[in-house]
Design a protein around this ligand. Structure first.
Ligand SMILES: [Zn+2]
Ligand SMILES: [Zn+2]
Length: 128
């Protein structure tokens, strides 16, 4: 039962967050509810949840981040590193790319987020 409680807690932290949390951030948030939870337990539950298809693992700038299962793409700001969910569909599930059938996809868009773009304009710094 204890294992189920830990797993459900970790799952709900990820599903309720838009922050694309790292394992350590999830561990810190888990401690608020289960103070004696260990980092190892968090890692173990995360990898089980990924294996079971309950959550997705993203690797952004070499760091594992955990995300909701529903399909979406990401906009990643080159300047501040923020990761923003993009829910527009760019393909249907059954589209082909060349001769290859697309079953799923995840696009990473890169550039300046709204906030950084505003600063770039304000200070007249040229992007890149
Ligand atoms: Zn930014
Ligand atoms: Zn996301």
């Amino acid at each position: 039962m204890r294992n189920t409680r830990q797993k459900n807690l970790i799952l709900s932290i990820i599903n309720e967050s838009n922050e694309h949390l790292s394992a350590y951030q999830i561990y810190e948030l888990s401690k608020k509810t289960i103070p004696n939870i260990s980092l190892g337990t968090v890692y173990r539950n995360l990898s089980q949840l990924v294996d079971n298809g309950m959550i997705r693992k993203l690797i952004i700038d070499g760091v594992d981040r955990f995300d909701k299962k529903n399909r979406h793409s990401h906009f990643i700001c080159d300047k501040c590193g923020s990761v923003i969910d993009v829910f527009e569909n760019y393909f249907e599930d059954t589209d082909y790319i060349g001769d290859n059938l697309v079953m799923d996809y995840e696009i990473n868009f890169k550039g300046f987020c709204q906030k950084c773009l505003k600063e770039e304009k304000k200070y007249g710094i040229k992007g890149k």
